[in-house]
Design a protein around this ligand. Structure first.
Ligand SMILES: *[C@@H]1O[C@H](CO)[C@@H](O)[C@H](O)[C@H]1NC(C)=O
Ligand SMILES: *[C@@H]1O[C@H](CO)[C@@H](O)[C@H](O)[C@H]1NC(C)=O
Length: 222
């Protein structure tokens, strides 16, 4: 399944938005492969925890007309560790902390160009790399702790923004400033990572109504 495309040139996000304005009401069997975040109100999507084991990866694809916006955030429930992935003036930026201090990786430029871009965040023990469309930046975490929190206490994975209830629970955030990041406006697809107790990456799917505040532009009923 692919997101809808208009023929010739890139579709305007507005064109995609109008006919598919569905506040989601999915059955357990509905599988969403691609969704639109409109950036309004508390728009975001929530996915299961990332089991970011010592050697793990996370992938997603996005398409937007805007150069700024929070793509993804997850943390250890408010201690130190977090991953924050965002667009800043057209560049992709990963800020993360595994306990040895915050690190920043930046890659790409002019990514708000209404084309699909593929991101890979890869962890290999102390090393973390950020790749967009094949261009990679990497860095090493200082200190001996290279685990990402403890799975049981870690937050879910939020895409496109943070739920508004976090505003009154800032102590639950390892990076409280994430709440002030501009929400992502655009399309997301192919989110892949290991979740739960699994260390094998799998495609994440939106499944239950409570999980998201997004408008879905393609629904596959499987
Ligand atoms: C660990 O990461 C490397 C890339 O750095 C990859 O080639 C390898 O397959 C990974 N191993 C496991 C067990 O995931
Ligand atoms: C991390 O990166 C450094 C420098 O590139 C390399 O020497 C080291 O082997 C890497 N560690 C792992 C676990 O891949």
């Amino acid at each position: 399944m692919r997101c809808r495309r208009s023929s010739g040139g890139g579709p305007s996000l507005l064109m995609l938005l109008l006919p598919y304005y569905l506040i989601i009401l999915l059955s357990h069997h509905a599988v969403v492969q691609c969704f639109l975040l409109d950036g309004s109100g508390s728009s975001h999507a929530r996915f299961p925890k990332w089991n970011a084991a010592a050697n793990a990866s996370l992938e997603l694809e996005f398409k937007t007309e805007q150069g700024n916006g929070l793509l993804l955030y997850t943390d250890d429930g408010g201690t130190y560790d977090f991953f924050e992935l965002k667009l800043v003036e057209g560049q992709l930026r990963l800020r993360y902390n595994l306990g040895g201090g915050a690190q920043i990786l930046s890659v790409g430029s002019q990514l708000g160009d209404s084309r699909w871009h593929k991101i890979i965040v890869a962890r290999n023990h102390e090393n973390t790399s950020l790749t967009v469309d094949g261009a990679t930046a990497s860095s090493s975490s200082r200190g001996s702790d290279v685990e990402f929190g403890k799975l049981a206490g870690n937050s879910d994975v939020y895409v496109g923004g943070m739920p508004s209830w976090y505003s009154s629970k800032l102590t639950l955030l390892a990076l409280p400033s994430v709440i002030f990041e501009p929400r992502f406006v655009g399309l997301i697809r192919n989110l892949v990572y290991a979740d739960g107790d699994s260390t094998t990456p799998r495609r994440q799917q939106l499944g239950r109504a409570a999980e998201i505040k997004v408008r879905v532009n393609f629904v596959w009923r499987g």
